[in-house]
Ligand binder design. Structure first.
Ligand code: FAS
Ligand code: PHB
Length: 389
């Protein structure tokens, strides 16, 4: 089989790239390790930057997003009983949209099916070859049958645990990582959100986040120990701990209920440089990971897609290779700013097991300054709504 762009990974990055390339008449094939049902069963991100919405509009996929997405013009941040509202729209003139990654992925798969775009599911033993030449190819198996996909370029959109990044030789690849000494225990429940907007809370007991997917579906998180297992937390224990971490003005409004999904996610900051090697381009979690505190994981996958889509269009439509040559430099310039913001917000809003009393005072002083300084709030808002592409 032959195509122009082989896309390894059928998550949001790979799917969005494939639809945008199709819009420009550029062929691609998506190779996905799991079944479609498995991919659609993942509960992950919940907040979209305007840049992401713009890409979905460019792909012609934003109708349901505009119908069902919740426009959020602000959010709350609390430290113990101290709380302030960050007026995103008032500070930087833009909101964010609350619309689950699951729905984004559903819209992307529906669009690809409607366009008749090729996806190979349950692929095994994917390997990349010829990346340093002008005729790369991908080998893989489906039901034990060996297959080969010849292409011009490979987009490695296969996430943190994928194989694409490993095809950049160790002597070429530089990896930067910080693993955080805690995880997030997340619960999805068919209960109304505690407030109209998101609440990020820090307390001496640790971080909590009150988010949502709709006015009837809530998504809550609490910081937990890395040694915790989901089965260690009953629903009641989760709700009681969440109440201890959010301001008392919210606890009375919190509607609890049975979890319909419960999972623990580890937190890490990670970047791989470069994001290109010959005809291979890394995109999304395959190249970088952020702690979800700043709601940037899915959104930084989108900015990579923007740069790669633009680079490949210049190559195929204008015969111009500059976008391809500059992809890694351009993508990384934004990735590192997003990494910094996500690290900063995680450092501010979590209780670190080894933190000293002085560290706690530093967190409290930074939080107090944020509450008083419009300039500090504007900087936070600029990052949260999304830095320019
Ligand atoms: P993905 O990991 O979504 O997709 C990669 C795809 O490649 C997967 O479908 C995988 O099955 C496939 N794949 C892997 N290896 C392969 C191979 N060898 N061959 C073929 N296919 C292969 N971000 C936020 O902004 N907010 C959040 O709250 C949030 N919560 C998260 C919770 C968890 C548990 C995780 C893991 C991530 C979370 N993220 C969150 C980040 C997440 O949303 C990612 O940023 C987003 O999924 C990135 O999309 P992709 O780059 O497409 O990677
Ligand atoms: C979510 O709704 O899952 C969510 C929202 C904001 C974050 C992280 C997760 O920062």
């Amino acid at each position: 089989m032959r195509t122009q762009v082989a896309i390894v990974g059928g998550g949001p990055a790979g799917l969005l790239l494939s639809v945008l390339l199709h819009k420009a008449g550029i062929e691609s094939v998506v190779l996905e390790r799991q079944t479609k049902a498995h991919v659609l069963g993942r509960i992950r991100a919940g907040v979209l930057e305007q840049g992401f919405v713009g890409l979905m509009e460019e792909a012609g996929l934003a109708d349901r997003l505009h119908r069902e997405g919740l426009i959020h013009e602000g959010l709350s941040l609390s430290f113990g009983e101290n709380r302030f509202r960050l007026d995103l729209a008032g500070l930087v003139g833009r909101p964010v949209v609350v619309y689950g990654q699951t729905e984004v992925t559903r819209d992307l798969y529906a669009a690809r099916d409607g366009l008749g775009l090729a996806t190979e599911f349950e692929v095994d033993n994917v390997a990349l070859a010829g990346l340093q030449g002008d005729a790369p190819f991908v080998t893989y198996e489906v039901d034990g049958e060996a297959r080969r996909l010849d292409c011009d370029f490979v987009a490695g959109c296969d996430g943190f645990h994928g194989i694409s990044r490993q095809h950049i030789p160790e002597g070429v690849r530089r990896e930067f990582e910080r693993v955080y000494p805690f995880g997030w225990l997340g619960v999805l429940s068919e209960t109304p959100p505690v407030d109209e907007e998101l609440l990020y809370a820090n307390s001496v007991r640790g971080f909590a986040l009150c988010s949502m997917r709709s006015h009837k579906l809530s998504r809550h998180y609490i910081q937990c120990s890395l040694s915790d297992r989901v089965e260690d937390w009953s629903d009641d224990d989760f709700w009681e701990e969440l109440k201890r971490r959010i301001p008392s003005e919210f606890t009375g409004r919190l509607v609890t209920g049975p979890s319909i999904e419960k999972s623990i996610a580890p937190l890490r900051s990670f970047v791989c440089e470069p994001m290109r090697w010959g005809r291979l381009f890394l995109c999304g979690d395959a190249a970088h990971i952020v702690p979800p505190t700043g709601a940037k994981g899915l959104n930084s996958a989108a900015s990579d897609v923007h740069y790669l889509n633009r680079a490949l269009r210049r190559f195929y439509l204008d015969g111009d290779s500059e976008g391809i040559e500059r992809y890694s430099e351009q993508a990384l310039a934004r990735v590192w700013k997003v990494e910094r913001f996500s690290w900063w917000m995680t450092s501010l809003m979590h209780h670190f097991p080894d933190q000293s009393d002085f560290d706690l005072r530093m967190q409290q002083a930074e939080f107090a300054f944020l509450g008083e300084s419009r300039a500090a709030q504007e900087a936070l808002a600029q990052n949260y709504v999304g830095l320019p592409y």
